[in-house]
Design a protein around this ligand. Structure first.
Ligand code: ZN
Length: 285
């Protein structure tokens, strides 16, 4: 699976006499931070992703739901929670045990079975919050023909050919959204001061550090890239591409509804048909 993304072409933009905005397209295909982008004028540059993969996966679920592909939406929402477990665990060991991003990526690569990843997650979650049983997740109930918990429903879909109803998919998507956001917004870096009213999400820091480590490894200047001084690279931030608002402080007791998320998704540009063709827009003067 890949996610199609677009952004304004760095190189076209750096030509002063250019009166057109050119868009470049790229495909997010793996867990590496870099994505090759290409614009309609043939310019090629690299986008560095500061966007957690679970956020892309969840957003893709919303796109599928908006299009009426409910089974795909279901599987994306469920994959989002599995990717979130990797990010939470990595961010925990990065912030609380001082492990480098590269070290963590290397070790996580060799762990492919989701049950094992879940075990590591429950350890990290237990160390952080005391909930090593992950009760917040396992007790999520999905209302339907028979009331099931979220894992039972997932097993029916994956192993017994159960086709989830639109309503079940919506409940699964929204429960996963609330679960992820609540943990994301309250899981702060080790140095975070309890008196500080604003969160400092450990996963946000982990993704930021992953780009800094990438730059160090490739002898690139992070400052130059983040200030748009190196046209070979651009940094892609989370909130521009997904509706989870991972770079924003959210009020947990007043989160957007599922309907709100579907509306926000329509304005984002992951996997949208319009980006099939590379478009140029005249700059309105
Ligand atoms: Zn260009």
């Amino acid at each position: 699976m890949s996610f199609k993304i677009n952004c304004i072409c760095n190189i076209c933009e750096s030509i002063p006499e250019n009166t057109q905005i050119s868009f470049a397209i790229g495909y997010v295909e793996n867990l590496e931070p870099e994505v090759k982008m290409k614009c309609s004028n043939g310019h090629v540059f690299t986008a560095l992703l500061q966007v957690p993969k679970f956020a892309f996966m969840f957003e893709n679920g919303l796109t599928a739901f908006n299009k009426g592909f409910y089974i795909e939406a279901f599987s994306c929402f469920y994959s989002a929670i599995e990717l979130f477990r990797i990010d939470f665990s990595s961010a925990y060991f990065h912030s609380y045990e001082n492990k480098s991003v590269n070290e963590l990526k290397k070790h996580f690569k060799s762990i492919k079975i989701s049950e094992r990843i879940y075990g590591i997650y429950k350890l990290a979650l237990g160390l952080y919050s005391g909930d090593s049983e992950d009760k917040e997740f396992t007790t999520i109930k999905i209302k339907g023909n028979k009331n099931k918990n979220i894992t039972e429903l997932r097993n029916l879909v994956v192993h017994a050919g159960h086709i989830p109803s639109k309503n079940e998919v919506e409940q699964v998507g929204y429960s996963i959204y609330k679960y992820i956001i609540k943990i994301y917004q309250t899981f702060n870096i080790k140095e975070h001061d309890a008196d500080d009213p604003f969160p400092w999400p450990a996963i946000m820091q982990y993704y930021f550090d992953s780009i800094v480590e990438y730059c160090q490894e490739n002898i690139l200047d992070y400052q130059d890239i983040s200030q748009n001084k190196d046209s070979r690279y651009t940094i892609i931030a989370s909130d521009t591409y997904t509706g989870l608002k991972l770079n924003t402080v959210l009020e947990i007791s007043n989160l957007p509804t599922f309907k709100d998320l579907l509306e926000i998704n329509k304005g984002h540009n992951i996997n949208k048909d319009v980006t099939e063709k590379i478009v140029n827009k005249e700059i309105a003067i």
